[in-house]
Write a protein that binds this ligand. Structure first.
Ligand code: GDP
Length: 459
């Protein structure tokens, strides 16, 4: 990727009103910009200077703090200037306009989404997994997700992946050295314990994969469709599930959905509850506009990880229940929840049946809620290991899976009697390439474009 070093600027704080707001600029040298903005002051690096921010005509826009970080000792690795003023949308826009104007001579332009972090990556301040963690930390919707993102941002995930890469390189060097001396190829794998070394790498990769896929759950959560007739207890159930930490968290970033009614969390895993208030079957009575809405809801249903079908244990299913549940797509697990057992006299329990898992509980009396929570966590694939988790992205999981596949192929080659060392070496090379892609050692411009364009401007 060509490194565009023209200076950039943007408002770095969230839109809206706040105590302070920050306009940030970055560039190879910001000296001309600072001279234009503050002709009478020389900003010392890393020192907060309180001063007026002035328009070109000398009138004061705001009073605030200027902070200058001299490259490479900055977030982006370039010169960075932060102007901290008052956090109002208009005053910040005026300040940004002034900065852009003052930087015209030096080619200053508005930053693209994620461009500050992209520069940090290109200047080796962060690797790719860490850069992604910046966005994930900002977008984290639960405390557990935020903690895992911080883990990745601190480099723990990258370090673990890099260790795997190093182990793979070590083994490759051993194998490739032997390839140059064909007479030694025979018995090489036995003598060098290459297979033993490979087994160690495979085991470590498996452990990383577990931590990453569990972490991915914290990021993605579980898409849950909740259906049931009016008054069956849907709201009561959501409240009961959310429990003590009545944590109605924000929708998961990056997924644009028209119809998120609520997100609650169980053990830090976001449950995205899909609103099915308008769900019904399409029949002759449905007009065109309504049809679009219904189709969209069914589209959401098709993407669900689990359907919670709530019924009244005291009254039994209504006719509409049968119709709706018949229409649900195959392959999505169904939990049939019999609510209000305090009225029906059922015991709290879980029973597996061919069509669904049946759970008996009382939302209102908080009886049997733990059974449902456990069932949801089981479906999510959550295993509480107590280990720290990496807030992995799908991209990371794909790379880890692919690396695992290549290592398994290498194992298969090694297990054959007429071992093919060059095929063994080739699989190791492919596994290494996959692992390296996580931290971005060999990443295409396209991939970088996709990753950074999802940031907001100013990050
Ligand atoms: P929704 O329309 O499906 O969201 O149902 P609500 O959650 O609003 O509940 C409807 C009514 O059923 C309310 O009066 C609740 O207090 C009551 N309810 C919900 N769960 C239970 C339960 O487990 N036992 C009893 N006895 N009443 C319940």
């Amino acid at each position: 990727m060509k490194l565009d070093t023209s200076p950039i600027a943007a408002i770095a704080t969230a839109p809206g009103r706040g105590g302070i707001g920050v306009v940030r600029a970055s560039g190879k040298s910001l000296a001309p910009l600072m001279t234009a903005l503050f002709p009478d002051v020389t900003l010392a690096p890393r020192r907060a200077t309180y001063l007026p921010f002035r328009s070109a005509d000398g009138s004061i826009i705001d009073q605030g703090i200027a902070l200058y970080f001299r490259g490479p000792h900055s977030y982006t690795g370039e010169d960075v200037l932060e102007l901290q003023g008052h956090g109002g949308p208009v005053v910040l826009q005026m300040l940004l306009t002034r900065v852009l104007e003052a930087g015209v001579e030096s080619g200053l332009r508005l930053a693209e989404p994620g461009e500050f972090t992209r520069r940090a990556y290109l200047n080796d301040k962060l690797d790719l997994a860490q850069a992604e963690a910046v966005a994930d930390l900002i977008d984290a919707s639960t405390e557990a997700a935020a903690r895992s993102a911080t883990q990745s941002l601190s480099g723990a995930f990258s370090k673990t992946v890099n260790k795997l890469v190093e182990q793979t390189i070590g083994l490759r060097m051993l194998v490739e050295a032997t390839l140059d001396f064909p007479e030694e190829e025979i018995d090489f794998l036995e003598k060098s314990d290459a297979r033993g070394q490979l087994a160690v790498i495979v085991d470590s990769l498996e452990a990383v994969f577990q931590q990453a896929s569990q972490g991915a759950l914290l990021r993605e959560g579980l898409n849950v469709v909740l259906v049931g007739q009016p008054n069956v207890g849907k709201s009561s159930l959501l409240n009961a599930l959310a429990g003590a930490d009545v944590a109605i968290v924000t929708p998961i970033a990056g997924t644009t959905r028209d119809k998120v009614s609520e997100t609650i969390q169980i053990e830090g895993i976001p449950l995205n509850i899909i609103d099915t208030a308008g769900i019904r079957l399409i029949d002759d009575q449905v007009d065109v506009v309504e049809r679009i809405g219904i189709e969209r809801t069914w589209g959401e249903v098709a993407k669900a990880d689990v359907i919670m079908h709530l019924l009244d244990a005291a009254h039994g299913p209504a006719r509409a229940d049968d119709d709706i549940i018949k229409a649900f797509p195959d392959g999505i697990p169904v939990i049939r929840i019999w609510n209000k057992i305090d009225l029906s006299g059922h015991k709290p329990s879980v029973a597996e049946a061919a069509d669904a898992t049946h759970v008996y509980l009382s939302a209102h009396e908080h009886i049997g809620i733990d059974l449902l929570r456990a069932e949801l966590l089981r479906i999510a694939g959550w295993q509480q290991t107590g280990e720290s988790l990496f807030l992995a992205r799908e991209r990371h999981l794909i790379a880890l899976r692919s690396a695992r596949k290549h290592l398994q192929m290498a194992e298969a080659h090694a297990a054959q009697t007429d071992q093919s060392l060059d095929l063994f070496a080739e699989e190791l090379r492919l596994a290494q390439a996959q692992l390296s892609s996580i931290t971005g050692e060999f990443s295409s411009d396209d991939l970088l474009g996709v990753i950074f364009s999802r940031f907001c401007i100013g990050k």
